[in-house]
Design a protein around this ligand. Structure first.
Ligand SMILES: Cc1cc2nc3c(=O)[nH]c(=O)nc-3n(C[C@H](O)[C@H](O)[C@H](O)COP(=O)(O)O)c2cc1C
Length: 260
């Protein structure tokens, strides 16, 4: 039996997806090939590799609550091969920067539908949140996750039956603790307050075409504000962006590294 692994990270070999794949292979110990979907000029060969594989494992990160564009593009190349793919075993390992499993719910739902639509034999969608630090952390900090992913690979090689304890190590909590929620609220409040101090670009201050759709209304008011206020608004946006980025990264580091 051959296992073909598709690494869907735009970072390719230097990705957290690669690290997770290596942990998995330490337990799997059978023949396997890895295809890197960031080599976009190899798309036809990769599609062929998927079609002929006995079994497939997809490993990729969460990008803006969904999958990276190159993974979506890859999935779309499979559609013409639907009849050849019927019953093919597929497992997904999806992972995300934030440490709450709930971030992955939309993607998980999509992958379930996708598998059904393509008549694939979906053997599981494994979720590993809190992955952003994997590339930077010393092995002692990722030991629990690496061992659990290795155990996953071992089970994969036998019967794909994963114990709830194992899955819980990989995805320990679905939502943020009260402390982190409070921190996020606090930091986002700083950003929002700065935004509110500049009322000149509030949508209500500009004449909008009444027939416009909501998105057009926003865009029209937004560009009208920029036209009218010029540099002042831009610098206000800079400040807003800076404070929000700072808040985001602070929370992100606390969350990803220390699991707050
Ligand atoms: C463009 C972009 C969008 C992302 N969107 C999310 C997101 O919506 N939720 C999340 O938890 N993490 C998000 N992340 C974090 C990645 O899922 C995380 O960094 C992951 O470990 C990257 O894996 P990779 O190195 O295999 O690409 C995003 C990262 C990038 C670069």
């Amino acid at each position: 039996m051959s296992l073909t692994i598709f690494n869907g990270s735009p970072r390719g070999k230097n990705s957290n997806s690669s690290i997770i794949t290596n942990w998995f292979l330490q337990g799997y110990k059978n023949n396997s090939d890895v295809c890197y979907l960031n080599k976009v000029n190899e798309l036809p060969t990769q599609t062929e590799a998927f079609v002929v594989a006995d079994e497939v494992l997809m490993v990729f990160p969460l990008y803006v609550d969904g999958m990276p564009g190159q993974v979506k593009a890859f999935f779309e190349t499979l559609l013409p091969h639907k009849s050849a793919l019927e019953g093919k075993k597929i497992t997904y390992i999806i992972h995300s920067g934030f440490s709450e499993g709930i971030q992955n719910i939309g993607l998980e739902t999509y992958l379930r539908h996708f598998s059904t639509l393509m008549s694939l034999d979906n053997r599981g969608i494994i979720i590993i949140p809190g992955s952003e630090g994997f590339r930077l952390m010393p092995p002692s900090m990722t030991k629990k996750k690496s061992e659990a992913t290795g155990a996953l690979g071992e089970k994969f090689a036998t019967n794909h039956a994963y114990s709830p304890t194992l899955l819980k190590i990989l995805n320990p909590k679905n939502t943020m603790s009260k402390g982190t929620t409070l921190l996020f609220k606090l930091f986002s409040k700083i950003g929002v307050d700065i935004a509110q101090s500049g009322d000149s670009f509030a949508p209500g201050n500009f004449a909008i075409d009444e027939g416009a759709q909501p998105a057009d209304k926003f865009n029209a008011s937004h560009s009208a504000a920029l036209d009218k206020c010029g540099y002042e608004v831009t610098s206000l946006f800079d400040r807003l962006l800076f404070s929000q980025l700072l808040s985001f990264y602070l929370c992100f580091i606390l969350n990803a590294f220390f699991g707050f």
